[in-house]
Design a protein around this ligand. Structure first.
Ligand code: SF4
Ligand code: SF4
Length: 235
């Protein structure tokens, strides 16, 4: 531990994460999770998804393997890998999690809420104060003992139920979230697979867009402007 850079205190790690391109960052302690023994803290990292293009998925078939890649998860993985590399250069252990890793080793919703990055809305996703549900999360595991954040005190999901009304298959409602009725479910029933096929959009010849109505309908953070490169190229 003597070789660890003085730059790796909690505030410096957060500044580093923001400098690497993340929009939000929070810390959770291993005490609240069942992490591998060497992991003392998880850096929870958020990227805003103000444009639906972040949810475009691209189908790839390579050497007999088939995969759908979603733009936002590719971005999160790349930025997280870069941050982990920088942290390792400073002398600590750090490893980024892929989307698949995240599913199996950390409950990202729980982590984002514990890290004070949002509150669990009636749409069953983390609603950030600034971006609403238009934010996705990734993680870097580290052996640094960072100061954990605290969950937010206020619950600002307004319970307007607009997200329930936007869900065409009644997957959301007073009884919570029914995964079996969600059109974006990974392992749909034959009936839901047919609905997925009917409702898929194909924004480009090689990309598809699944249902994200419960995210786009939420009024929190909805009016934030998104600057695309064609907006800023002449500035
Ligand atoms: S993704 Fe679509 S189907 Fe699934 S809960 Fe959200 S609005 Fe409903
Ligand atoms: S649409 Fe309304 S009820 Fe649903 S998450 Fe957003 S604020 Fe909460």
């Amino acid at each position: 531990m003597d070789t660890i850079s003085k730059l790796l205190d909690t505030a410096s790690v957060k500044r580093l994460a923001l400098a690497h391109g993340f929009d939000k960052v929070g810390i959770v302690s291993a005490e609240d999770f069942d992490f591998p023994a060497r992991v003392h803290s998880a850096i929870v990292l958020g990227c805003a998804t103000l444009d639906e293009a972040y949810d475009y998925e691209m189908y790839i078939q390579y050497q007999g393997q088939r995969k759908w890649h979603k733009a936002i998860y590719t971005l999160l993985e790349a930025l997280s890998a870069r941050l982990a590399y920088t942290l390792r250069q400073e002398g600590c252990r750090a490893e980024h999690l892929t989307f698949e890793d995240s599913i199996s080793v950390i409950d990202l919703k729980k982590a984002a809420v514990l890290a004070g990055l949002g509150t669990l809305g009636l749409n069953n996703v983390v609603v950030n104060k600034e971006y609403g549900p238009r934010i996705r999360f990734g993680t870097v595991f580290t052996d640094l003992e960072l100061e954990p954040d605290r969950p937010l005190d206020d619950y600002y999901c307004s319970s307007c139920t607009i997200c329930w009304g936007a869900c065409l298959t009644w997957a959301l409602g007073p009884n919570g979230f029914d995964r079996s009725r969600c059109i974006a479910e990974f392992n749909p029933t034959p009936e839901m697979l047919e609905r997925q096929r009917q409702m898929l959009k194909f924004p480009t010849p090689v990309t598809r867009l699944q249902c994200i109505s419960c995210l786009t309908s939420c009024p929190i953070g909805k009016r934030l402007p998104v600057e695309m490169w064609f907006d800023v190229r002449n500035k």
